[in-house]
Design a protein around this ligand. Sequence first.
Ligand code: AMP
Length: 584
Amino acid sequence: MDYSVIAKPDISQLKAHPNLDDYAGARASFQWDSIRKELDGLPGGGLNLAYEAVDRHLKTARRTKTALIWEGKNGEEERYTFEQMAQQSNRFANVLTGLGIQKGDRVFIFAERFPELYFAVFGTLKRGAVIGPLFSAFGPDPVKDRLEDSGAKVLITTPDLRERVKDILPQLPELKHIVIMNKNGRFKDALQPGDLNFEDLMAKASDQFQIEATQETDYSIMHYTSGTTGKPKGAVHCHRAVLGHYATGKWALDLQDQDIYWCTADPGWVTGTSYGISAPWTNGATQLIYEGGFSANRWYSLIDKYKVTVWYTAPTAIRLLMKAGEAAVKRHDVSSLRHICSVGEPLNPEAVVWGTRVFDQAIHDNWWQTETGHILVANYPAMDVRPGSMGRPIPGVEVAIVNVETGETLPPGTDGDLAVKPPWPGMFQGYWRNEAMYNSKFKNGWYITGDRAHMDADGYFWFVGRTDDVINTAGHLVGPFEVESALIEHPAVAEAGVIGKPDPIAMEVVKAFVSLKDGYEPSEQLRQELMRFARKKLAAAVAPREIDFLPSLPKTRSGKIMRRLLKARELGLPEGDTSTLEED
Ligand code: AMP
């Protein structure tokens, strides 16, 4: 099959006229000021993401419009208007004030997707504090690393997740308050001594609140992201990022007033905040939030039941849907869908083409990362799609393939470092307490993304791979160091080296190699025990899927484990330069 191009649709035949109908024109003349003017700004001056997403709509007919439709794991349904979102988030902002939380303090949330999570996020932003959402599948180690590094003062969580991480909580001296949400009283005996009751606090709080007069560069959201070395780093964003969320929600997701939008990402990852919170609501769309995880049947039935029009998901999910087969789609009416987007990993050309067959439209890939804050490269509804390509840069931002050493841009067709010309609205403002690492990402006038790619002669970008050892498993970046650190805490493990092993569904799975301490012998039982150990500490998504025993791990003469060599050996590839390899 020829994957080379899926011609843009006839605009007059589309269910909605695309927001971005003239890509070339927009790129030529665009100024960010025009987007700033489409937003309101705080009545007394300043800019606040929560105000732009929620409260500004109260002056319009959207006041009584449904902002959030929630479907719980057990089929419960709740709906909230923009006005109710404003009131509930005001309540939570008042709760934080009552707890002594000040502008700039860090408030973390570790919970499943409940409506209350969204109230808490907006309430925190209204208070002027910084929200740090945590992936609800995390185990104690990643939660501890993030709370400790950020110096979080408040943790909002649920009884089951609190129980999962209970041992690390006393080890966090800066953590002053644990607020427990007990959705519809699901849990009996939910509170531990010293815990605060979310529902009680909310019931007692006023639904009026004067939003903190945050400025564009004040911090808003932080997400931890993994690198090759060391613990994950806290990428901090500011309220100005809302310009980028709003604009790309318009252009790449094509969000419009009448849309029912569904983003399948968890708010613990950046897609779940920029596009699961900010972009849809700043654009005034109705958003479906589904508490549960992946299930082909359930997902199609949600699209059918709520008549989802715009859908933002990820390649691993799409590959799983492909595996579930076309018969699974046909059991439902998914004809409401008018625009489908994907992010997080390379989207295979077959998946894009599969979309044209089963959903009658191409799946639109786009590219960005935690540090960029919002989509920077995308396929737009009114543009030809080249299956396998991430698309073209958004208006107002320069993206290029560069030579890192010189800062020169490379000619079309040449692989190089994917780089972005600073600044842009969603650009991260720093890594928390790690200025040196932040500065190291900017070279010769470019922000260096850590991805390799090339651009074709028409300005479409094509992903090649990462420039580092970071593993991308089902769209989640995993730092090998985090997994290695967890494994070597097991009494049997002397050394651990972790790589990403190619996988047809998840793109990569985490694979670990361990050598054992004297007195321990490799066995299937020990392998299983190590898997369980890592899963309990980390999260199923982060823990190794495979563990191999080796007598010793290949290391450089300075003692660094050579993951590159482990990977080459695993995949039967050439070992490359081994001149720094330590002799046994
Ligand atoms: P994160 O910061 O966790 O959102 O991960 C960002 C990384 O995911 C990028 O630097 C890429 O390596 C990868 N990624 C995101 N979107 C795409 C895409 N459309 N195609 C290929 N890789 C992607």
